[in-house]
Write a protein that binds this ligand. Structure first.
Ligand SMILES: Cc1cc2nc3c(=O)[nH]c(=O)nc-3n(C[C@H](O)[C@H](O)[C@H](O)COP(=O)(O)OP(=O)(O)OC[C@H]3O[C@@H](n4cnc5c(N)ncnc54)[C@H](O)[C@@H]3O)c2cc1C
Length: 440
């Protein structure tokens, strides 16, 4: 057991790593550059800031991300504990009140007697004790340069965030509350468009001016977070089958099924802020205001945050890391979070969980690939990988079922196998593992 650990970055990965070390008795020094310096996407002084959507994506074991959440919850993840406490209704997804979530994590971290927070920008990879670098995809320049100097060229892609509007500025005589197919509670505000309105919006969107971003022209966008205008440029119908699909969202004002529907999701528990689902964008701010105000119901929308786009940097992890997120030729240096090539908030927290646990136990906990948490760790550290790209957790990362399993039973099989494997693994290594009461 290591008596002290250094963590760099108090984001999703860094906070989870710090927590896992602190609860095991290690003295943790957590370096965070906020509020002295902020990345272009970070706005708040709180830890664990969600830079774009407030959704932590689907729940339930039929989704790999739901399985990953369940595994983390059972093993005592701080991020998951705070997410569950600060959730806001969002159909089958786990969405959180962004401020309350960040405040809950910050409070836990700041009040833990084993964690010392130091507000400082780190620019080195040399530490006397085990260290976890969790500085995120927007790690500050001096640290990013040090990483490139030490390990060679970093890789990158572009990621975008969606705008947020105030609820009171939405015209509810045109918009309406509903969930798709009336499933669950009506958690979304829906802005309907008829054919004429969609045509005008589509033309304006595809012709609107985008912000200049150095290097963007030649680079990759993350498919799961593609700017709405890039998606629109792929064809007139693309949005209609994507974020603007109208199915199951009949307009109660007219009784008709709209041509397209823009959905707004609650961004806080007070329901005063809503984010535009799927509207990650690279348009200039005046163009966002002009084009998005063409959406029925949003003519007077007040934008409290505009969409932004940033280059995300990640390591060539298959060449560099082990499946405990440790640097192969360095005993005590770990990376965690999106910088390792896991993609997404919960995936970042999961890598922080693994890296923190290993930094504190002396690199002893390699999760099995049959588990969601282990499958991600094995994905980023697979030395046979070619054309390595950031990856959300998905069932394709888990080893296939042994023997024949019917296609429709496959996900259930993989999820059950994952939880059983994880339970035995945790028991053997004396790691906490709590089965929710309903399943006992
Ligand atoms: C624009 C954008 C939009 C995204 N949208 C989504 C989304 O909608 N859904 C989703 O699941 N994922 C999204 N992601 C991807 C990813 O899930 C997030 O980036 C996530 O926050 C990554 O967690 P992390 O802990 O690796 O990094 P972060 O949460 O970014 O935490 C890193 C922390 O390190 C600090 N730091 C940086 N450099 C230093 C330094 N030198 N010294 C000290 N501290 C430092 C930062 O201030 C920050 O607090 C998005 C990413 C970006 C960039």
């Amino acid at each position: 057991m290591n008596p002290s650990v250094t963590i760099v970055g108090a984001g999703l990965a860094g906070c989870e790593a710090a927590w896992q070390c602190a609860i095991r008795g290690a003295k943790v020094t957590l370096y965070e550059m906020k509020p002295l310096k902020r990345s272009p996407a970070h706005k708040s002084d709180l830890f664990c800031e969600l830079v774009c959507s407030n959704s932590l994506r689907a729940e339930g074991l039929q989704n790999a991300i739901g399985l990953l959440k369940e595994e983390l919850l059972r093993m005592g993840s701080l991020v998951m504990e705070c997410a569950v406490k600060t959730r806001v209704p969002a159909g089958g997804a786990l969405a959180v009140d962004r401020e309350a979530f960040a405040a809950a994590v910050t409070e836990k971290i700041r009040n833990h007697p084993n964690i010392t927070v130091v507000e400082k920008e780190i620019d080195t990879l040399d530490f006397d004790e085990p260290a976890v670098i969790a500085a995120g995809p927007l790690a500050s320049d001096p640290l990013a340069e040090e990483i490139v100097k030490t390990f060679g060229e970093g890789l990158s892609f572009f990621d975008a965030a969606a705008p947020i509007v105030t609820a009171e500025s939405v015209d509810m005589s045109k918009a309406y509350l509903a969930s798709r197919y009336d499933k669950g509670t009506p958690d979304y505000i829906n802005c309907p468009m008829n054919a004429e309105e969609y045509d005008a919006f589509y033309n304006a969107l595809t012709e609107a001016e985008t912000a200049h971003l150095h290097g963007f022209e030649n680079n990759k966008v993350f498919e799961g977070c593609m700017p709405v205008e890039v998606m629109a440029s792929r064809g007139y119908e693309t949005l209609l089958f994507g974020p603007l699909k109208p199915v199951g969202l009949r307009n109660p004002h007219t009784g008709e099924l709209p041509k397209a529907v823009v959905q707004l999701r609650k961004d806080n528990a007070a329901s005063s802020l809503y984010n535009m689902v799927g509207f990650q964008t690279h348009l200039t701010w005046p163009e966002q205001r002009r084009v998005f105000r063409m959406i029925p119901g949003l003519e007077q929308a007040e934008f409290i945050r505009y969409g932004v786009m940033h280059r995300n940097t990640f390591l060539n992890s298959p060449n560099l890391l082990t499946s405990t997120y440790r640097v192969r030729n360095r005993d005590n240096l770990y990376f965690a979070g999106q910088i390792t090539g896991v993609e997404g908030y919960i995936e970042s927290a999961s890598s922080g969980f693994v890296a923190g646990l290993n930094a504190v136990t002396g690199d002893k906990i390699c999760f099995p690939p049959e588990t969601a948490i282990g499958s991600l760790a094995h994905y980023v550290s697979n030395p046979d990988a070619t054309d390595f790209q950031p990856m959300n957790v998905n069932f394709g990362l888990l080893p296939p079922p042994e023997g024949r399993v019917k296609k429709k039973e496959r996900k259930e099989y993989l999820a059950t196998r994952a939880l059983n494997t994880l339970e035995s693994f945790c028991k053997e290594r004396q790691l906490p593992y709590t089965v929710p009461p309903t399943e006992e």
